[in-house]
Ligand binder design. Structure first.
Ligand SMILES: *Cc1c(COP(=O)(O)O)cnc(C)c1O
Length: 427
């Protein structure tokens, strides 16, 4: 029987830091600095179901990571398992178009009317990278504007001032990125409308900041970006990789009533399989090959297992599901807020629909500087460890949001609050 410790040791021998993606590492929530020390050992998942994951030692965790929100129905939902199994029996990839790709693109367009056309890709990184290329091709301009603390995947031009793992690991951007690759990237503070010049091809933003903890858009911020882009002839891109199909059928653009030119999706849309998408106005999307001059491609794009999973998930996300999800997040936020208040611990538990964040800070966090100040006090890291010891898996970084799923019951939420009370008492 494999155990976490020995697997982690072996993993560190064959892959950097023992993980396939740095956000899975416990390095930022561990008090032990050496890479392979006990405190930094992550749980290795053997299986998952509903709101729970089990590690290779048979230990069960109530899971608030949920594949960073990809498992919105909870893990191993029978409808998804069945759809993927049925699709697998028909072949796993063809290199030719399928009906499911058409159905999924239509399903996106029905829910997000600004996406007149959609292209399927395999990761959120590809979606944002391709949307940027389309925007540059369409406008004939090079400059892009992004916001500090927003994460748009790990392509060169978008790593500057990134949230998520870039923030967790304290990287200013990344080594290995040539200066020329980011020379056309301007980073502005989140929640302040920047000056947008006529050299700007596009402004890309997470309409709700969900990779620096959770930071809602200030009133007027998204509207201001829309107006500024219109004035400059720049395109507005909403990176809805987290918010898409989570805040509601139409994502953040529906919730806030601001219509972007291009949108990117991932996570929920793939139902836990490698699938993402970008879409937008027909005249912009038609710059893409084979219609237009902007090249973009993918061997596994629109993969039949992934489209089957995505269609199965979207079919189950009705109004009742969204109401329930938002209710769970609100309950959890309220209960945790009470726990921290009783304990005299300064904490903010922001909620936007079904998304929840947690900052150990005395005042609401509105930007990346605030998120960084909160992370720096180290309380999150200790709280994470105390919760994990009690069987609750929170994101292993203060810069990530929490993802209650449809499988999290009211009981689960109350249990989380009870365990948080016990955990906070030990800090
Ligand atoms: C996760 C994420 C991405 C990157 O998606 P990957 O599938 O990990 O490449 C991009 N943008 C946002 C907002 C994300 O949360």
């Amino acid at each position: 029987m494999a155990d976490n410790e020995s697997l982690y040791r072996r993993a560190c021998e064959v892959t950097p830091g023992g993980v396939s993606s740095p956000v899975r590492s416990f390095s930022s929530v561990s008090s032990v600095s050496s890479g392979s020390s006990v405190g930094a050992t992550p749980y290795f998942v053997a299986r998952a179901e509903g709101a729970s994951v089990w590690d290779v030692e048979g230990r069960r965790y109530l899971d608030y990571v949920q594949s960073w929100g990809a498992s919105i129905l909870g893990h191993a939902h029978p409808a998804v398992v069945e759809a993927v199994s049925a699709a697998a029996a028909l072949g796993t990839s063809y290199g030719a178009p399928t009906e499911a790709e058409v159905l999924l693109a239509e399903a996106v367009r029905r829910r997000v009317p600004s996406c007149e056309m959609v292209r399927l890709v395999s990761s959120g990184t590809e979606a944002t990278m391709s949307a940027i290329r389309a925007a540059r091709g369409f406008t004939g301009r090079d400059r892009i504007l992004k916001f500090a603390g927003c994460y748009h995947g790990h392509s060169d031009a978008l790593l500057a001032g990134g949230g998520s793992g870039v923030a967790t690991l304290g990287l200013p951007g990344s080594a290995g990125v040539p200066a020329e690759a980011v020379a056309q990237t301007v980073v502005a503070p989140f929640n302040q409308v920047p000056e947008i010049g006529t050299e700007v091809a596009c402004v890309i933003v997470e309409p709700v900041g969900a990779n620096m903890g959770l930071v809602a858009p200030a009133p007027g911020f998204l509207e201001g970006l829309r107006a500024g882009c219109d004035q400059a002839g720049a395109l507005l891109i909403f990176d809805e990789v987290i918010t898409g199909f989570r805040l509601g059928p139409g994502g953040a653009q529906e919730r806030y009533g601001v219509v972007p030119d291009l949108s990117t999706f991932g996570k929920v849309l793939g139902g836990g399989l490698p699938l993402a998408a970008f879409g937008g106005r027909r005249d912009i999307m038609e710059v893409l090959a084979p219609v237009g001059p902007v090249y973009q491609a993918g061997t596994l794009s629109g993969n039949p297992l992934a489209t089957a999973a995505g269609l199965a998930v979207l079919a189950l996300l009705d109004d009742a599901a969204y109401t329930m999800l938002a209710g769970r997040a609100a309950d959890l936020s309220t209960l945790l807020g009470q726990v921290f208040e009783e304990a005299g611990v300064a904490a903010q538990v922001p909620v936007v629909g079904p998304l929840m964040g947690l900052f150990f800070a005395g005042a609401p966090v509105v930007d990346y500087d605030g998120a960084r100040a909160s992370a720096a006090n180290g309380v999150y890291a200790r709280f994470f460890g105390a919760m994990l010891a009690r069987g609750v898996a929170l994101p292993p970084s203060p810069y990530e949001a929490m993802f209650p799923s449809l499988a999290h019951s009211r009981d689960d939420v109350e249990r989380t609050a009870d365990l948080a009370r016990a955990a906070i008492a030990t800090l």
